[in-house]
Design a protein around this ligand. Structure first.
Ligand code: VGL
Ligand code: ZN
Length: 216
């Protein structure tokens, strides 16, 4: 039996950064549990292409609760006519919490997409910013990068399952990529959201996969 052909597939590792680990500024539930599995997946070098994203905010970013007088983390406000969750200050550019996690061998990564760098706009998806002042969601360039390389299939893993992984997977599917989420190599900000996250992925044609199936 030959293993499945992943030469036209890209692995996209979302926001595996210390600030999203337990004890970090914006901890994901059991976020550290996925680090060894993602490291093993990269070391296996099965994918034709590997991309990592890095949440990369300037100080005073609009998504930080402390940028808004009288607001607390995890409250929701309306920003550019869309709901915006306010987060604890996290992943500030060039701080240790914003680094790519030291527990992973990143040497096989072809491209790193830094997102959320515009102080006025949040960016959950690897493909597009959230709604900005002009009401548009400017692309990050990732879709073109993948298409230029003939990639038609993407596998996503990382953090957070209910935020940046979900939004990235939804955009990937909408953009026409065959889209898989490696569910067990993701962890959420809010574990209670796992059932709705799973339902949203299934509704949007995203396939839930297991890293073990990649080696069969
Ligand atoms: C994320 C909230 C704020 C994520 C990033 O990586 O899922 N969540 N910024
Ligand atoms: Zn962020």
């Amino acid at each position: 039996m030959s293993a499945i052909d992943l030469s036209r597939a890209a692995l996209i590792v979302i926001d595996l950064q210390p600030d999203f680990m337990p004890g970090g500024a914006l901890a994901c539930h059991e976020g550290d549990a996925i680090v060894p599995g993602i490291d093993a997946l990269l070391r296996a070098r099965r994918f034709g292409h590997v991309v990592a994203t890095q949440d990369w905010h300037p100080a005073g970013h609009v998504s930080f609760a402390n940028s808004h007088a009288g607001r607390a983390p995890f409250e929701s406000i309306t920003l550019y006519e869309q709901p915006q969750t306010l987060w604890p200050e996290h992943c500030v550019q060039h701080t240790p919490g914003a680094a790519l996690h030291a527990g992973v061998d990143w040497s096989s990564v072809d491209a790193v997409i830094r997102k959320g760098s515009d102080p006025r706009v949040d960016s959950y998806s690897a493909f597009r910013e959230n709604h900005g002042p002009a009401g548009t969601r400017p692309p990050t360039g990732l879709a073109g990068w993948l298409r230029e390389r003939d990639v038609d299939e993407v596998y996503l893993c990382g953090l957070a399952r209910d935020v940046c992984v979900l939004w990235s997977a939804q955009d990937a599917a909408r953009l026409g990529f065959r889209t898989h989420v490696l569910w067990e190599l993701c962890r959420p900000v809010t574990p209670a959201g796992d059932a709705p996250t799973r339902a949203a992925m299934q509704r949007d044609g995203i396939m839930l996969a297991d890293a073990a199936t990649l080696s069969t």
